[in-house]
Design a protein around this ligand. Structure first.
Ligand SMILES: [Zn+2]
Length: 239
């Protein structure tokens, strides 16, 4: 995984998307003094069946901020698209390009934009929000550098940023790179546990056990190709 960068921006659809493994890499990076910001396209307000969205949104936002702080991330922003019905399109590309221009990252991180989790055939169908956001992030990395694609952003004082060198997709079926998960593993587990309300609604399992086994499993999947060590795998698109 490229290491010669200072600023990263992770852009995902929902609170918790970064915590199922990717946060282990983030913890390692912030340990090294790198800056990582989080941009959430929604507040995940449609994620808990027993909570109406108006009650759920602030709660999930709070859990996400807590979760980010555990792995050294203090910049957490929300775009206010509606959870579950995020549409790929110019509006989404523009909003993400604007954030990239504000943060000026060299590395952009997102979550699986492909149709399935796991190899096809036989993988689980991915959600429309993940697919829309992942694809829009890959596109917006280029949009951010072109002053003529969204001229209204320049008018708002957001100058083009053509400095994104890689977009790294976590959870992809086709990983090309990996980061040692070891140093950040414990904090990654705690950062997932910070989504307590969500996870309690999701599973009958004990929350601690669920988080520990999920993060171990997701970082263990890449181990066979990473010297037997737990790793966070990414599909890296260079620019
Ligand atoms: Zn999600």
């Amino acid at each position: 995984m490229p290491a010669d960068w200072q600023r990263a921006l992770a852009v995902v659809a929902h609170p918790d998307d970064l915590e199922y493994g990717c946060a282990a890499a983030v913890a390692g990076w912030t340990d090294q003094g790198k800056e990582v910001g989080y941009l959430l396209v929604t507040r995940g307000e449609a994620g808990i069946d027993t909570l109406d969205p108006a009650t759920c949104a602030p709660l999930r936002e709070r859990e996400q901020r807590e979760s980010a702080a555990i792995v050294g991330v203090t910049s957490v922003e929300f775009l206010d698209h509606r959870d579950g019905v995020v549409e790929y399109g110019l509006g989404l590309r523009r909003d993400i390009a604007a954030a990239i221009r504000r943060h000026r990252p060299e590395l952009v991180i997102t979550l699986n934009h492909r149709d399935t989790w796991g190899p096809e055939p036989g993988g689980f169908w991915n959600t429309p929000d993940h697919k829309a956001v992942g694809r829009a992030v890959l596109d917006a990395a280029a949009d951010a550098g072109n002053r003529w694609i969204f001229p209204e952003l320049t008018e708002q004082g957001l100058d083009p940023w053509n400095g994104v060198r890689w977009v790294a997709v976590a959870g992809s079926n086709l990983p090309t790179h990996a980061v040692d998960a070891g140093p950040g593993l414990e904090r990654a587990t705690r950062s997932l546990r910070a989504h307590r309300t969500y996870i309690e609604a999701l599973t009958d399992q004990d929350v601690d056990t669920y988080c520990r086994s999920f993060v171990a499993e997701s970082t263990g999947r890449a181990a066979a190709r990473f010297g037997g060590r737990p790793a966070v795998a990414f599909e890296v698109f260079p620019r």
